[in-house]
Structure formats: structure tokens, C-alpha cells
Ligand binder design. Structure first.
Ligand code: GRA
Length: 383
């Protein structure tokens, strides 16, 4: 095992760290307060090649790989967790098209996605289909050279601002998950309406509902074959979960750094509060959860770079990192006390944003289910 990053990866990490400090950090608190969508930053991340690390050079990427993607996401999230969501919104559809699309689809749609010019999203979740993806009800009915989509998607990141979407719908409901299909559609068309929604945190990542009413999607926009949708979706989630896990790791780091810094500065009862063992207990747990999550995230990325199966390892990474982020944000808030609770300091934002990691991209319970069922021999995660 080699725990050293290559020079190339160190340079990628430093570039992302520098960008996050200089371009994201100065306005993070204000952007969060104003629920601001920073299209300018989405484009800048595209210009810097952040979305292209897992895309080969022939489609405009750098081919640096999944570990590079994880490091970039971690650095962005460490400064402002909401800003890392755009990594997934651009990379998720691009990677899915790369893996399942035709040559023409790849050439046409991947470059604008990884430049950040076509703001995108993926539409899986519905009011009655959250963890249970196979229960989705949106239908896509074949009619001439189009599919006609009807249904509603909810809690879709980027819904209010996206130009395009990777949409999962049922072309044959009787077949349940085997009747699902994937489409890459242009959202600025008749038959699409959107409603912005609000959440506890992650305020700079717009979220909302998308409703399709006789929305015509050309057949040339089907990704993979009709009926492949569930497989495509599970594959896509395995990629986006990794980036999500890296984001949670970045947030866990930020919360631990804030807690350590405060422990070394704040004095009560005549000494620095880091001297109190109850705070040391919190710091020790934050450090260990974070380091364990880091090793799991990097291992899952390392496996992906070697084109080895990593569904199980990604689930472990996502679960560990989400819990590490939630633990660290909670512990940091306890240590900072009123300063943590105050909106004048970033820890309350970490706390609000951290909760999202236990819900999105497969809740912590879904990942525990995948991990336990694999361990018990009921259902292999790497298949
Ligand atoms: O036997 P078969 O041919 O029917 O195939 C089965 C299985 O082999 C079938 O699907 C296949 N399959 C897979 N194929 C390739 C299952 N998993 C995979 C895979 N990983 N790769 C049915 O399988 P099943 O296990 O019986 O399915 P199930 O029990 O209906 O559901 C499985 C599961 C619960 C894991 C799934 O529904 C799931 O992952 N649910 C979680 C949903 C989720 O993660 N949603 C995310 C929403 S998007 C989001 O959060 C955006 C946030 C953005 C951000 O912040 O980054």
C-alpha cells in the first residue's frame, strides 16, 4: 500500500485548495445567507478542469482520475460544502453518458457539461420513491420519434437552474425496475415546470421539484437501451456517491479544524479549553472518524482508478464520511458553544450542511443495508 499522493495529485489538490480559499471562502457566509447560486463559480470550476478529471482527453477531460476528483471535491467542500454539489451535477451526467452513451452522444454532450456551460442535474427521486428507486412512477411513453414524459421529481439538486437533466422514468411499469429507462434531456422546453424548494442547509445549491406534463424527449436522447435505466442509475449513483463521500470528508475536516483552533485559543477557568479532557474526547473522536473516512474514500477512488469493482467500498466510504461529518459538526458546535450557535461564525453552517450527507446519495441507512447484506452473504454489493 502506498499512502503517498503522486506529485500530479498533490498539484491538483493544491490547485483546488487555493481556488477554494481565494474564490469561494471570502463570500461563503454571505452566499449561504442569500441562498445564492454562483454560476460564475460553476463556470470557473469548469475552466480549471475540476469536472473533467474522470473524463478522457478525447471528450475534453484530463483523465487524471477518481482520486483527483475526490481530492478536488474534498477541498471545495472543506471551504463551502454546498459548492461541491456542482461537481456531482456536472460529473454525474457526463460520466453516465461516457459509460452508456453512443459516440455521437458523448461528443455532443460531454464537453459542455465538463466546461460547466450546460448546468445539469439528475432526476431520480419522486414524492413516493426516495430510497426505493424501483418504485418511481414517472412514465415515458414511446410516440413516433419521441418519448412523452409525465410525472414529478422532487428534491432535485439544481432543479431551478439546470439546462439539462439525466432523467430516470419508466417505459414499462409492469416490468418494475427492469422497465426503467434513462434520458438526457434539455429542460428549457414545453412540458417542464419547476418549483424551487428550501432546506435546512446547503443553501447555495438550488434544489426543487420538476414536473413533466407531456414533455417530449427525442428518442436520440435515450441513454443506453430501453429497460436499462435501473442499471444505469445504480452505476451512476456509485460514481456520485464517491464524490459525495469526499465532500462529507471535506466538511468533517473543516469542522475539526474549527474546533481545534478554538480549543487552542479560548480560555476558561484559567486555561485553554483544549486542556479539558471532555473536549479532548470530542477532538480524538473527530480525528479518528475523519481519518478512517479519508482512508475509505481514497481506497474507493483508488479502486475506481484501477477499474476494479468498488460498490461496497463506496458504500462504506459514503456511510463513514457522512457520519464523520455529522459527528464533527455536532462536536465542533459543542466546543464552540454560543460562538458555534451564532450565525456570525461558520460552524452553524457546517452543522446544517452536514445533516444533508446522512440523507443524499443513499441515506446512511441504505448504505448500512448494502454493507450488511453483503457481509451476511444475502446480496453481493460488487456485482
Ligand atoms: O436481478 P436483476 O437483473 O433484476 O438486477 C438487480 C440487481 O442486480 C436489480 O438491480 C441490480 N443492481 C445493480 N446493478 C449494478 C442493484 N444494485 C446494483 C448495482 N450497484 N450495480 C435490482 O436490485 P435490488 O438490489 O433488488 O434492488 P432494490 O432492492 O430495489 O434497491 C436497491 C437499493 C436500495 C440499493 C437502491 O434502490 C438504492 O440505491 N436506493 C437509494 C437511492 C439513492 O441513493 N438515491 C439518491 C438520490 S439522488 C441524490 O441524492 C442527489 C444528491 C446530490 C448530491 O448531494 O451529491
Amino acid at each position: 500500500m502506498d499512502f503517498e499522493l503522486s506529485e500530479e495529485l498533490v498539484a491538483v489538490r493544491d490547485l483546488a485548495r487555493d481556488f477554494a480559499q481565494k474564490e469561494i471562502a471570502p463570500s461563503a457566509a454571505r452566499d449561504d445567507r442569500e441562498h445564492k447560486f454562483r454560476k460564475d463559480l460553476v463556470l470557473k470550476m469548469g475552466e480549471l478542469g475540476f469536472y473533467g478529471s474522470v473524463i478522457s482527453e478525447s471528450y475534453g477531460g484530463s483523465g487524471l482520475g477518481y482520486l483527483a476528483m475526490a481530492l478536488i471535491t474534498e477541498e471545495v467542500a472543506r471551504v463551502h460544502s454546498a459548492m461541491r454539489v456542482f461537481m456531482n451535477m456536472q460529473v454525474g451526467p457526463a460520466l453516465t453518458i461516457l459509460n452508456f452513451g453512443t459516440e455521437e452522444q458523448k461528443r455532443q454532450w460531454i464537453p459542455p457539461l465538463i466546461r460547466g456551460e450546460s448546468v445539469s442535474c439528475f432526476a431520480i427521486t419522486e414524492p413516493d420513491a426516495g430510497s426505493d428507486v424501483a418504485a418511481l412512477r414517472t412514465t415515458a411513453v414511446s410516440e413516433g420519434d419521441s418519448y412523452v414524459l409525465n410525472g414529478s421529481k422532487i428534491w432535485i439538486s439544481n432543479a431551478p437552474v439546470a439546462d439539462t437533466a439525466l432523467i430516470y422514468a419508466s417505459t414499462d411499469r409492469a416490468q418494475k425496475h427492469r422497465g426503467m429507462s434513462a434520458f438526457y434531456a434539455d429542460l428549457n422546453q414545453p412540458g417542464v415546470s419547476r418549483r424551487p424548494m428550501d432546506t435546512l442547509g446547503v443553501h447555495c445549491s438550488p434544489i426543487g421539484e420538476i414536473t413533466f406534463e407531456n414533455f417530449r424527449v427525442p428518442k436520440a436522447r435515450l441513454i443506453g437501451k430501453e429497460g436499462d435505466g435501473f442499471k444505469v442509475c445504480m452505476w451512476q449513483l456509485n460514481q456520485t456517491r464517491l464524490s459525495c463521500a469526499a465532500g462529507a470528508l471535506g466538511l468533517a475536516r473543516a469542522a475539526r479544524e474549527a474546533a481545534v483552533s478554538y480549543c487552542n485559543q479560548r480560555e476558561q477557568f484559567g486555561q485553554k479549553i483544549g486542556q479539558f479532557q471532555m473536549n479532548q474526547d470530542l477532538i480524538a473522536q473527530m480525528v479518528v472518524h475523519e481519518e478512517a473516512a479519508a482512508l475509505l474514500v481514497y481506497r474507493a477512488a483508488w479502486l475506481a482508478d484501477r477499474k476494479q469493482p468498488n460498490n461496497l467500498e463506496t458504500s462504506m466510504a459514503k456511510y463513514a464520511a457522512a457520519e464523520a461529518a455529522a459527528y464533527a459538526a455536532d462536536a465542533a458546535l459543542r466546543i464552540l458553544g454560543a460562538y458555534g450557535y451564532s450565525v456570525e461564525f461558520p460552524v452553524e453552517r457546517y452543522f446544517r450542511d452536514a445533516k444533508s450527507y446522512q440523507i443524499v446519495e443513499g441515506s446512511s441507512n441504505i448504505h448500512k443495508l448494502i454493507i450488511a447484506q453483503d457481509a451476511l452473504g444475502y446480496r453481493k454489493a460488487n456485482r
